[in-house]
Design a protein around this ligand. Structure first.
Ligand SMILES: *[C@@H]1O[C@H](CO)[C@@H](O)[C@H](O)[C@H]1NC(C)=O
Ligand SMILES: *[C@@H]1O[C@H](CO)[C@@H](O)[C@H](O)[C@H]1NC(C)=O
Length: 203
């Protein structure tokens, strides 16, 4: 089990936790710069309009057949919060670059895991906004991330009004200075996902 808090950049037909210096503009003229690993590997920037920037807090589960081999992903559970309006320079309530960069680590280290691990059949607590110390307004709850019955990574936003069914296109190692997790498990790879089919609402 990997306790995790990560950024997700959702744009039409693509989800990514990161991208190398990709630049995106929305209709209000804000330029969103996706994070870069700073290393030789990179993910392509999505080339469709940005829909949301989310923080997910939850777990990713891996299994491995024998000791020493890389684990394979078997599921994930996360509660998603919409942090688009906190993007530096995007409006009156936005964060400084330093606070923005530290946001996922802050959520991971200072807020409770929003997963009911004792109730596998109903793992998510009732929807709630997330208060984070040092951030003036609670992060607005927007939905959940889970693997569906067919094992497809799914992001359900606004009660399924926006639904993203993803498939992995690329993964690259997280930067060396990425948060290593609550017990030093190590950062998971940064992923680039695209629509597997069945997505709803411009995702
Ligand atoms: C993943 O791990 C969490 C925490 O142990 C658990 O609650 C959840 O049921 C697991 N899910 C899967 C798909 O293995
Ligand atoms: C979260 O906060 C917004 C106001 O920013 C409110 O409209 C909404 O009902 C809250 N959601 C929950 C689940 O409490």
């Amino acid at each position: 089990m990997q306790l995790q808090s990560a950024f997700l950049f959702l744009s039409a037909l693509a989800v990514t936790t990161a991208s190398p210096l990709g630049r995106r503009c929305d209709s209000t003229g804000v330029t969103y710069v996706l994070p870069s690993t700073g290393g030789p590997t990179s993910l392509p920037a999505p080339d469709l309009p940005l829909q949301h920037i989310l923080v997910g807090h939850g777990v990713q589960n891996y299994t491995c057949a024998t000791t020493g081999v890389a684990g394979t992903s078997v599921g994930a559970l996360a509660v998603l919060y919409d942090v688009t309006s906190l993007y530096p320079g995007s409006g009156p309530g936005s964060l400084s670059s330093a606070k923005w960069s530290a946001l996922t680590s802050k959520v991971l280290h200072t807020t409770s895991l929003p997963i009911q691990t004792a109730s596998p059949a109903s793992p998510f607590p009732p929807p709630a906004n997330l208060s984070v110390t040092g951030i003036s307004k609670p992060l607005p709850f927007i939905g959940h991330h889970f693997f569906d019955l067919n094992g497809v990574p799914t992001f359900s936003l606004n009660d399924d009004a926006e639904l993203f069914k993803g498939m992995k296109v690329l993964n690259i190692p997280a930067p060396a200075d990425a948060d290593q997790g609550l017990s030093g498990e190590g950062a998971v790879d940064w992923l680039y996902l695209s629509d597997k089919g069945g997505s709803v609402g411009h995702l």
